[in-house]
Ligand binder design. Structure first.
Ligand code: GLP
Length: 241
């Protein structure tokens, strides 16, 4: 694994944006796995900026997002559809039919999850999976527990995750109890994984993820088994390494 530490979010995000742009330059029809949360916002900002200034086009790129809240319509302010439109899709020339996000409002969420896996399968292995990490070690919405799943699935969010994400909602009760998340399969099969972690409050979980036992109790620890993992950190997150 390759670990790089940066003094500012600007530098870290610039590195990640260049990483993605270089990949698209080399492979114009790249398949990208993308993440949400606070951490990648700077990366998307810089990607939009660099896209405008460069000749690099996303017209042939396909993107697959990790997850979506169950019960939030694509137009809901806190849906990950809205997040991606706001932070990335509206600023690049990615065709809307190339942007895949798990469906959180289907009558049969499990059937929709299987459809998502089929689309992922058809697109081939992800060329790059961008990841953040939850305070409890989750990746996507793969929460700690007795078992992890390879396929896209419906997950009950832990109290910890709902509390962490409640900052985006007016009330804790408004945070959905369930989500749909890509499983560990496509993440571990991705040709490269770029994990971004910021802030001292993630230092302990990051240490567990990178150097603790590989366990379903810390889903990010499985990344230790990935052959091409790059970890981008700020100084806060790197504190306990
Ligand atoms: C969210 C997302 C994850 C994200 C994580 C950390 O709930 N489902 O994909 O990596 O939690 O988010 P943040 O960057 O806001 O700390």
């Amino acid at each position: 694994m390759n670990i790089l530490t940066y003094t500012s979010n600007e530098e870290l995000s610039a590195y990640a944006a260049d990483f993605i742009l270089d990949l698209v330059r080399a492979k114009p029809d790249a398949v990208l796995g993308l993440a949400t949360g606070e951490t990648p916002i700077g990366v998307y900002e810089q990607l939009v900026d660099r896209h405008r200034k460069s000749q690099v086009s996303f017209r042939q790129v396909k993107v697959f997002n990790l997850d979506e809240y169950a019960g939030l319509s694509p137009g809901h302010e806190q849906s990950y559809q809205t997040y991606m439109r706001k932070h990335l899709f509206s600023g690049i020339d990615l065709p809307s039919e190339h942007a895949y996000i798990p469906c959180g409002i289907a009558d049969d969420l499990s059937a929709a999850a299987r459809d998502y896996d089929r689309l992922l399968e058809e697109a081939g292995p992800l060329d790059l999976q961008l990841l953040g990490i939850g305070h409890n070690g989750h990746i996507g919405f793969n929460e700690p527990g007795e078992e992890l799943y390879a396929e896209t699935h419906v997950v009950k969010l832990t109290d910890e995750t709902r509390a962490a994400n409640s900052r985006y909602f007016e009330l804790l009760e408004e945070v959905p109890e369930y989500a749909v998340t890509m499983g560990l399969g496509p993440i571990m099969r991705a040709r490269q994984v770029l994990l971004i972690v910021r802030g001292e409050n993630k230092a302990a979980v990051l240490k567990k993820a990178l150097y603790g036992p590989v366990t379903t109790q810390c889903p990010a620890s499985l990344l230790q088994l990935h052959p091409r993992l790059t970890v981008l950190l700020d100084e806060g997150a790197a504190k306990e390494l």
